[in-house]
Design a protein around this ligand. Structure first.
Ligand code: MN
Length: 214
């Protein structure tokens, strides 16, 4: 059974950019809800759970999301939505930290500059993509061997891993991620979010291959 991972900081640790109440509800209600519903969906399918036995949680989840066509049709939508929700939020919490922000370093910095021209240009394009997600969804920086680094929008809890991209950076733009503090001002939330990005984690995602080779 999948489990809610510990939040790597206190609810108020990302203030003033992300408020404590939003963090608490987002983690204890939304993320926890995805985990519970994923487990409910998988409860009648021990073979699916068994296939991932012994693997770290995120690898098991990545395997499910990469092979959604192999998931029985009766639970495919539930796994896409709730497995995606669990996976996406698990990545998202780790990609933020108090006193984050600034610019990426090391491998990711070079790759971003080579792909987008400059960090500022990347930031502008990512922000635009995040602001432009219609309805609920996410903005991503993904990486694939054939297409390199790419900014991607997904709907609901879909994840670029289902389309062959390794997630490097992600931003939740569902209203539940910002409405208490920013109401309808999603662009203000995006601007604030850059101050809490954990670039060390993004770089680790970029150079790591656990999620793609799983
Ligand atoms: Mn969310």
């Amino acid at each position: 059974m999948f489990e809610l991972p510990p939040l790597p900081y206190a609810y108020d640790a990302l203030e003033p950019y992300i408020d404590a109440k939003t963090m608490e509800i987002h983690y204890t209600k939304h993320h926890a809800g995805y985990v519970a519903k994923l487990n409910d969906a998988l409860a009648g399918f021990p073979a699916l759970a068994q296939a991932s036995a012994g693997k770290p949680e995120l690898q098991s989840l990545a395997n499910l999301l990469k092979n959604l066509n192999g998931v029985p049709e009766s639970i495919r939508t539930a796994v896409r939505n709730n497995g995606g929700g669990h996976f996406n939020h698990s990545l998202f919490w780790e990609l933020m930290k108090p006193k984050g922000g600034g610019k990426p370093a090391e491998e990711l910095s070079s790759a971003i500059t080579a792909t987008f021209g400059s960090f500022e240009k990347f930031q502008e394009e990512f922000s635009k993509a995040a602001a432009g997600v219609f309805g609920s969804g996410w903005a991503w920086l993904g990486m694939s061997n054939s297409e390199g680094l790419k900014i991607i929008q997904t709907s609901n809890q879909e994840n670029p891993i289902s389309n062959g991209f390794k997630p490097v950076l992600c931003l939740d733009v569902w209203e539940h991620a910002h409405y208490l503090k920013y109401q309808n001002r999603r662009p203000d939330y995006i601007t604030a979010w850059w101050n809490v990005v954990n670039w060390e984690q993004a770089n680790a995602n970029f150079i790591g291959d656990e999620l793609v080779k799983a």
